[in-house]
Design a protein around this ligand. Structure first.
Ligand code: GSH
Length: 211
């Protein structure tokens, strides 16, 4: 498989974790999101992903898959051993809820594109943009902190979709200096996950395009 990725992209980080957890080898195709206004805006990448975002995954059949959640579900469906969701329907919904707080409620507000828009089109000061970023992470993390069950992982003793989404969001929050002292459960889950090779290998600093 071939993964279009950027070392710092938390959405690509999710897919890297999922690929590693499933033991699937892949080639990284780095797409620099900052240099020259973003290499993701080049026509050759637009031909891969019309949305011009990472991640994009090329499957062994040559199909291109977009959107981290769709890609991760595809990996789970095609490699059902060590599933990313628990068997019980209630537990599945609870696991998806944590993943979706990140995917739908935190990340879209704090992504490179919207932050750039706040700066360039809305002419906001960097301090206001930082406050916006912190606000939405803190609001989402408060909910997740209350939802985390006895661990070591977010939904119990097995790694799930919730962990795959949580760890990259924590890395992002740390990079933007969001104080995490109020979230001991999130910090504990993050540490437990990063002790696993699949998570560690997926970290931004361990990518071939890391800077
Ligand atoms: N919902 C998408 C988000 C993908 C996304 O927004 N990726 C960001 C990096 S984390 C990106 O490529 N941004 C490029 C840009 O906005 O120019 C997913 O989960 O895959």
């Amino acid at each position: 498989m071939k993964l279009y990725s950027f070392f710092r992209s938390s959405a690509a980080y999710r897919v890297r974790i999922a690929l590693n957890l499933k033991g699937i080898g892949y080639e990284t195709v780095p797409v620099h999101l900052i240099k020259d206004g973003g290499h993701n805006k080049r026509p050759e990448f637009r031909a891969v992903n019309p949305q011009m975002r990472v991640p994009a995954l090329v499957t062994p059949t040559g199909d291109v898959l977009l959107q981290s959640l769709a890609i991760i579900e595809y990996l789970d469906e095609t490699h059902p051993e060590r599933p990313f969701l628990p068997a019980d329907p209630i537990a599945r919904a609870q696991t998806r809820a944590i993943a979706q707080i990140i995917a739908c409620d935190i990340h879209p507000l704090n992504n490179t594109g919207p932050l750039r828009y706040l700066k360039r089109e809305m002419h906001q000061e960097q301090s206001a943009i930082d406050a916006w970023y912190h606000h939405w992470v803190l609001a989402g993390f408060e909910a997740i902190e209350a939802l985390i069950r006895p661990g070591p992982y977010a939904c119990g003793t097995q790694v799930t979709l919730a962990d795959i989404f949580l760890v990259p969001q924590v890395a992002n929050a740390r990079r933007l200096k969001v104080p995490l002292d109020g979230f001991p459960k999130i910090v504990g889950v993050d540490a437990a996950c990063l002790a696993l090779a699949a998570f560690d290998r997926a970290r931004p600093e361990n990518q071939p395009d890391a800077e």
